[in-house]
Design a protein around this ligand. Sequence first.
Ligand SMILES: O=P(O)(O)OC[C@H]1O[C@H](O[C@H]2O[C@H](CO)[C@@H](O)[C@H](O)[C@H]2O)[C@H](O)[C@@H](O)[C@@H]1O
Length: 363
Amino acid sequence: MSRISFELKDDLEASPSDGILTACLEGSAASISPAYNAWKAEHPCPIQQFDSLMRQAAGKLVTVFLDYDGTLTPIVSNPEAATMSESTRGVVRRLAELFPSAIVSGRSRLKVQSFVQLAELFYAGSHGMDITGPAPGATAGAATWEDQVAFQPAAAFQPVMATLCEELEEAVRPFPGAVVENNTFCLSVHFRNCDAHSFPPILGLVEAAVASRSDQLRMTRGRKVLEIRPKLEWDKGTALIHLLGCMELADAEQVFALYIGDDRTDEDAFKVLAERGLGCGILVSTHAKPTAASWSLHSPSDVVAFLEKLVTWGRSGANAWQSKRSCKGWHIAARPTAAAAMPGLPPRTPTAPTPVARTPTQG
Ligand SMILES: O=P(O)(O)OC[C@H]1O[C@H](O[C@H]2O[C@H](CO)[C@@H](O)[C@H](O)[C@H]2O)[C@H](O)[C@@H](O)[C@@H]1O
């Protein structure tokens, strides 16, 4: 298969039924095929089989990890326009009142915080390389951005990313539609709005840029985007484990983590949950594809419907341990309990939390 046809096949997300609660609850013309039905049987809808999913959480504390683009917001052609709707913000706010909740995104942390605008959440920006959460002592339900403290395992890579961003902006100028996004500790080179024939040269440029710093950088791929990342054994999976450590919830006997995401980079998180028996992954996809997630939702609007159900379940007191803990609020621990035990991670630098920049929208 040629590179171009691979890219087109890889980008089947733009289903005409996206944004409508369809396939998961009723099935849609776009999705009903024997292959899709067989895949759905193996990756059922957690709205339809909610009780079965939540039985796995019995007696445990539910935690929720949410990818941003393609999960909380539909994919749009302009990355700057992928803002979150008020209704989605509302359900995420209600969710965070009940369960420790985090946003895990390839975006810069400041960007994703400015889209989400909820200071009470944990965040992992730059593919998990910029982790923040409410500081100890922050008041539950009244958190401010000043309360957020951070762990940044790739801080040393910010200068190389800034330099490379300028270089690549210049290099992709001849290709209309190509956009370079600086995500602080990583970069995204978008080709969604480019002519299909521009893809091979853009890929060549990015590969060459990464090859010239191959001791420092690596390239991964997302939805119509090439991502340049530090050569660190750090991804959304390790970030998730670190976040659970920050929440002092690293014990599989105590925690049931749900991770909802739509992209290849989310697979690292799905895998780590399955391997460690810490919870399960929910893939957002309009089509069948290989995944380490056990469940699937069709679209961001299905994600909202699922989160609403989770909130109703949490409010019903279905999990007694849950309600006892949630009144305390959730804070970043001064000494995370999980990450240090993980092989392949860089040394855990901060013994005390570090204050972080405020989000651009907070004045
Ligand atoms: O981890 P995520 O939160 O899913 O971030 C991954 C990338 O998401 C953004 O790009 C994607 O969404 C854009 C807006 O819908 C879309 O235009 C683009 O084609 C998608 O790849 C973000 O702009 C990237 O920086 C992230 O790496």
